[in-house]
Every structure is written in structure tokens, then in C-alpha cells.
Ligand binder design. Sequence first.
Ligand code: NAP
Length: 267
Amino acid sequence: MDLRLAGHAALVTGSSAGIGATIAETLADEGCDVLVHGRNAGAAAAVAEQVAARGVRAEVVLGDLTEPGIAEQVALTARDFGAHILVNNAGPFAEHDWESSRPSDWRAAFEGNVLPTVRVSQTLLPSLRAHGWGRVITIGSRAVRTPLPHMVTYSAAKAAVVNMTTSLARHLAGTGVTANCVSPGVIVTPSMYRMFEERSAEDDGRRGEPEGGPDEADLVAEYAPNPSGRLGRPSDIAAAVAYLASPLADYVNGIELRVDGGITGTP
Ligand SMILES: NC(=O)c1ccc[n+]([C@@H]2O[C@H](COP(=O)([O-])OP(=O)(O)OC[C@H]3O[C@@H](n4cnc5c(N)ncnc54)[C@H](OP(=O)(O)O)[C@@H]3O)[C@@H](O)[C@H]2O)c1
């Protein structure tokens, strides 16, 4: 199927690694120009090289989205790049529970997940409106529907992101700009895999068993029991984002698309 993304341009925040990098490459596979973003210059340049290898325009913009003024600068660079597709992907997670989480932990979760989405979107919206067509796609989490007791700040911040998707879609009524959210389940990115390996090694140490890489079936059982029976891959999320970014999704608006193997279930 031709997603009709050729000739469009996108900003993907946090695309120097992980899911964002795969989103950038998948959009490029569909002929979409991509502005790659991150903090690590070398990693962002490497992803931009992969994007450009697909024959589309690729540029890099760097900056920590939690620093004052940076989100706005990144968005203005995206406007000048001609981006009418915004993927708000950057969103750090951290482990905090109800008893020990401090106000600074709650602030960090919202400053990392909510405010960058607000600030980049607000700054880019005038050019999307003027263009009469655009996409704001924000990455949520399965933690929205199944809030995690060991990740309370992150779960609440991601719930806000879904809530904002609805209000933004309604705010943009009649403009040709849609706002949607994709909520991943447990996705095996290189950073997630490192965490699994560390925990598996710790468990082996406690049990006195020989070291070995984590087994996917064990990981599914421990972290993500779901009807699909496997962990998610960055390409699962990227495919959903590419569809929502496509003109074929013009009539899909204000939704949370859960790409989680069914872990959250539907009542
Ligand atoms: N992986 C999962 O299982 C999972 C599950 C549910 C939801 N999600 C969500 O999916 C999205 C991507 O997750 P991921 O696992 O791919 O993350 P990741 O592998 O840790 O990649 C994070 C990306 O975001 C960038 N980034 C992080 N904080 C930033 C900041 N303050 N300013 C600018 N860039 C920043 C990083 O840039 P640098 O590396 O260049 O600094 C990197 O490009 C996030 O919103 C996450 O919450 C992930």
C-alpha cells in the first residue's frame, strides 16, 4: 500500500536512538523527509545517514527539550525544514513509587514527557494551520491504561499526554491537522534490552545460576504478559506512526492507538 508520504516532511523528537530512530527510518522508507532530533550529536548523525540512504532529505537538530527555549528552537527548525508531521516521541521514563517519590521526581516526569510535547506542538501549530494539513502524533505508553505502581510519575505523565491528544484534536477541528497518540507496550529497544540483561544477571547472581542472556518467553512472562505472546519491536510502533502520519488517516483523529500486543485489554 502506498501511504502517500512522499514529498512530506517530519520532525521526530528523540530519533537519535530507540523507537524514534526506527520511526525516522520507516517514514524515510515511505519517501518522507525527516528532521532527526536528539541530544547526542554522533548518534543523531548516524540515524540521519540511514535516513538519507533512503533517498530523502535528512537533517539533524540537537537540543535537550527540558532546557528553556530549546523545544521552541527545535520546532522553529522543523518549520524551516518544511515539517508538517510532528512526532512527539522523546519521553524519558524513571522508576518511582508512591511512598518514595519526591516532588522533583513528579516535576521531572512532566518536564520530560508533557512540556516538550506542549512546547514543540504550540510552536509548530501556526505553520501546520497555515499549510491546511498536518499531523501531531505523540507517543504514550501502556502505562496510561495500566498505571505501574513502580513508575507512578511516568504513568501519570503519559496519561496526561493522551488527555492532551483529545483536547488538541478538538482544538484543531476543521484545520486539516489531526492529533493522535500511539501507546506502546514493552518494546525491545537497545536501552530496554540492556536493562533486561542487567536484571537477568542480577537474578542469576541471586540464584547462583550461570549467566546467560534473558530469554524472550521469560521476559514476556515477567514484564509483558500479553495475548500476542511476544515483546514489541520498534518497527511495530513505527508502522502505526507511519499510518497515522499518512494522508490515508485523514479521518482518524483524537485517538490513542494501543500497540501493545493486547497487554492493556479492552473491557
Ligand atoms: N521502550 C519501551 O518499551 C516503551 C514503552 C512505552 C512507551 N515508550 C515511549 O516511547 C518513546 C521512545 O522510547 P525509547 O524506549 O525508544 O527511548 P530511548 O531508547 O531511551 O530513546 C530516547 C530518545 O529520546 C531522546 N531524548 C530523551 N530525553 C530527551 C531530552 N530531554 N531532550 C531531547 N531528547 C531526549 C534521546 O536522545 P539522546 O539519546 O540523543 O540523548 C533518544 O533519541 C518514549 O516516549 C517512551 O516513553 C517506550
